[in-house]
Design a protein around this ligand. Structure first.
Ligand code: ADP
Ligand code: ZN
Length: 811
């Protein structure tokens, strides 16, 4: 006999390829009207209780005999919007990932639920006294345990007893939903009668029920006839008494655990001519309500943030929401502060620094429409806004917008995709746009907007390039050229500040034996150990795994006392500064000094308050910080970035040099930037020293075109890793063979299976295959098929495979 009912497609929360499709369940009678796509559910799957997300609801369908019912629906309202579900599907085809991976990328981990089948006392059957007296009965009554827990505690006989009681109806099974984090709520007491009635009632109780009278009076005098219920002031009994007489009711309302950042409100500055031109252009597009991507190319200090703020105002006026992506929210406290100062509580923030609970509550505020401006790092691109009008990607050139694990999404791609869906404006901003973004402009897919001068009309800093080979020839072996040393002294004695930039943390890059040439490597990874110095104590650390060993002077290979540290790191600069200028106050900002919560903020604020003369830092300091008293920026060694084996090394060098130079002379005086290098003729260095974006761009563009690198193609990088080198190599070769067997378009290039840049990490060998193509659609099906095939097999062998589509780097 067939039945007609509501069929629900569910994506099961479980990693792996095997369950990568929706499974059909039916909605029990009482839930047919309320089930919606995007709700979290618990279902039974192969005798286990699994959490899942409703993918689709199909009413009036045939319910087959083998179909099982939904066990529970967790949410009244969906936690994912329909548009987000479609976005998940798009992520799967764009980046080759499972639906479950895509959904986990979108929905914060704080929403994870688990279903657990428990037993409880039944209510419909009289239970004999001898049963009531058993320890097992008492245990069930007290704990509502799972069957498993009963077996563990009372053994086989206990389990048999339990089954019998269930049979008799003494006990019933119950599905308990365990949420990782619950939404936080606050209770409000709401008046149900006019003030006069409340005051009269209060008078009545003045003698016999003092607290109730207080409550009624406070309620009568409140502005909106409601007060937040603080249990410290009114206990349950007091409130219940008032409620039971119909004078008030209790309303549970969601809130956010995230404590409010108090920032004094700021007034809007008068826009510069350039800014108003850009803002009105964006405003016209917002008015039209059609999708358009803009690239805002504005020099450092040109006032891009103010453009963002005005465009957001225009968006809100249309009743729409805005999302602002920043590379790393912890690195942009100043910018976030500026947004708070202008928009206050309408902002929600999403980033990895939040606790699970805070994240969950912020998500809720966005879903409910209480916050209509979302600021966050990469994953905030998925924020559950329902009327997106503007999506800003600040510092568009930053590599952190690409996720390095599955799904390997690029937030810039997702930004454009979502904006298209909503007919929203995408606004990329940068002082040093990526070649990728400029390519979009060349292709007509984006329009460029320029802010060529600083908002305060100050000139860009003068940049001088120092050839360090000359310094050596003149006998200067210190880390600082004589010019940089002079400028440091001049700047500090003029009571201004210095930033010293070096893109390498630690004390030194490696230890090398000058007798036998041995380099000290990590025993688990194919990489040199980095030298660190903490409180005078030297040690060697691997930056890829947790390995660490004590420093020693003798070479482990030839035993000669000839080990020497090579390659300067930030810790060494700090030491050298203190040696040469003992009175200098120095702060250091790199991964090692900013590990603990709040430490980064302390360094930024300390430097802002001029508690230090010099700030030493890695690329962290290049990201949008605005310190008005910095006169001098020194780049200790520009070469460290050029020598990285990455096709974007020139681009990264140019961007970092330009960005850090832009930290100089932003307010008071003209800035000076000094770049120290052994390759002063390199075009990335010469162009950035002249603020000559065009020359750099033309040169880099033509190199990429000749060697066929993005943006002139897209790359997909397959990587297999296994402790057994043969298996890793085998998987890569197999993937390559599968691709070659298929008939791919002529413009596709397959770079044969080969060891990846770092051949071994954490004892696992790594082999890769790189694919270059013009259109993802032309290779997608083949790549997807080959990847699934090889990955399934590799997982059986205990290895791992990954596929990075639209890869930004190789290996
Ligand atoms: P960018 O992000 O482009 O590097 P910012 O947005 O940080 O630049 O702005 C640089 C400085 O100029 C900030 O101190 C900002 O307050 C100031 N500024 C921006 N716009 C204006 C304006 N219209 N009038 C006066 N000052 C402005
Ligand atoms: Zn290691």
């Amino acid at each position: 006999m067939t039945r007609i009912g509501t069929v629900v497609e569910v994506i099961i929360d479980s990693p792996g390829l095997a369950l990568d499709k929706p499974f059909s369940y039916y909605a029990p009678e009482h839930q047919t009207a309320s089930v919606q796509a995007g709700q979290r559910v618990v279902v039974s799957f192969h005798h286990q209780h699994k959490a899942g997300i409703i993918w689709a609801v199909r009413p009036n369908e045939e319910i087959t005999d083998n179909m099982k019912p939904l066990l529970d629906v967790v949410d009244e309202q969906p936690v994912l919007t329909r548009e987000q579900l479609e976005l998940a599907e798009w992520l799967c085809t764009r980046y080759v990932c499972t639906l479950n991976d895509a959904l986990s990328a979108i929905l914060p981990g704080a929403f994870r639920v688990k279903g657990k089948m428990t037993v409880r006392l039944g209510t419909s059957v009289d239970v004999p006294d001898d049963v009531l007296a058993t320890p097992l009965w008492k245990y069930v009554a007290d704990h509502s345990p799972s069957v498993k827990e009963v077996s563990a505690k009372f053994g086989r006989t206990g389990k048999a007893q339990l089954d019998a009681w269930l049979e008799h109806g003494f006990l019933v099974q119950h599905l308990a939903i365990q949420e990782e984090v619950k939404a936080s709520v606050k209770n409000w007491i709401v008046a149900e009668k006019p003030s006069s009635a409340l005051l009269a009632a209060a008078q009545n109780r003045e003698k016999r029920a003092r607290r109730q009278a207080d409550l009624l009076r406070q309620l009568a005098e409140s502005d909106r006839g409601e007060i937040e219920w603080s249990r410290r002031v009114y206990n349950k009994g007091t409130v219940a008494a008032v409620v039971s007489e119909g004078l008030a009711s209790v309303d549970e309302r969601p809130t956010s655990r995230l404590s409010w950042v108090e920032v004094p409100a700021a007034v809007a500055p008068v826009l510069t001519e350039g800014q108003s031109r850009v803002v009105s252009r964006i405003g016209m597009t917002l008015d039209a309500g059609k999708h358009q991507t803009y690239l805002l190319h504005g020099v450092t200090g040109s006032g891009k943030t103010e453009v963002y703020i005005r465009s957001i105002e225009a968006t809100l006026q249309k009743g729409k929401s805005a999302i602002v992506l920043v590379p790393e929210i912890a690195l942009t406290p100043q910018m976030v502060g500026r947004f708070y100062a202008r928009f206050g509580e309408r902002i929600a923030v999403l980033h990895s620094g939040l606790t699970m609970g805070e994240r969950r509550d912020e998500w809720g505020r966005i879903l409910r429409g209480e916050a209509n401006i979302v600021i966050g790092a990469r994953s905030a691109v998925f924020a559950p806004v329902t009327r997106l009008g503007l999506l800003i990607v600040d510092e568009e050139h930053e590599p952190s917008y690409k996720q390095e694990e599955s799904p390997h999404y690029d937030a810039r791609d997702v930004a454009i995709r979502r904006s298209e869906t909503f007919g929203a404006v995408t606004l990329f901003g940068s002082a040093t746009p990526s070649l990728q973004a400029l390519h979009l402009v060349e292709q007509g897919q984006a329009q460029i907007l320029m802010l060529p001068v600083r908002a305060n009309k100050r000139p860009l800093p003068r940049v001088d390039v120092i050839d360090m080979r000359d310094e050596l020839r003149e006998g200067n072996k210190s880390l600082f050229s004589s010019r940089l040393a002079d400028e440091i002294e001049a700047t500090v004695s003029a009571n201004q500040q210095v930033i010293l930039f070096l893109n390498r943390r630690g004390y030194a890059a490696s230890m090398l034996c000058r007798a036998c040439g041995e380099r000290i490597r990590c025993p688990h990874c194919d990489i040199s150990l980095t030298v660190h110095r903490q409180g005078g104590q030297m040690s060697l650390r691997c930056h890829y795994c947790a390995y660490e060993e004590p420093y020693r002077a003798n070479c482990p290979a030839c035993k000669e006392p000839a080990l020497r540290a090579f390659g300067i790191g930030t810790e060494q600069i700090e030491e050298a500064l203190k040696e040469q200028w003992p009175h200098l106050r120095v702060l250091r900002m790199d991964v090692d000094t900013t590990r603990t919560k709040g430490s980064l903020q302390r360094i930024v604020e300390g430097f802002e308050r001029r508690e230090a003369d010099v700030l030493i830092g890695t690329q962290m300091i290049a990201k949008g910080l605005d310190f008005p008293h910095v006169r001098l920026v020194g780049v200790i060694a520009a070469d460290t970035m050029l020598s990285v084996p990455d096709y974007r090394a020139n681009e990264r060098t140019f961007q970092l040099l330009t960005q850090v130079a832009g930290r100089a002379g932003r307010a008071e005086t003209d800035g000076v930037t000094i770049i120290q290098t052994y390759r002063p003729e390199h075009f990335a260095i010469t162009a950035s020293s002249r603020h000559d974006f065009q020359t750099f761009y033309q040169e880099e563009r033509s190199q990429r075109e000749v060697f066929r690198y993005p943006p002139f193609c897209e790359m997909a990088v397959f990587l297999a890793s296994h402790e057994d080198e043969r298996l890793a190599r085998g998987a890569a070769s197999r993937f390559e063979r599968e691709l070659r067997r298929a008939s791919l378009p002529d413009d596709v290039a397959i770079i044969p299976a080969s060891p990846s840049g770092i051949q071994r990490i954490e004892d696992k060998f790594r082999y890769q295959v790189v694919l270059k193509y013009q259109h993802w659609d032309s290779v997608r099906a083949v790549v997807d098929g080959a990847f699934r095939l090889v990955k399934l097999k590799m997982n059986q062998y205990g290895g791992a495979c990954r596929l990075d589509v639209n890869a930004q780097r190789i290996g």
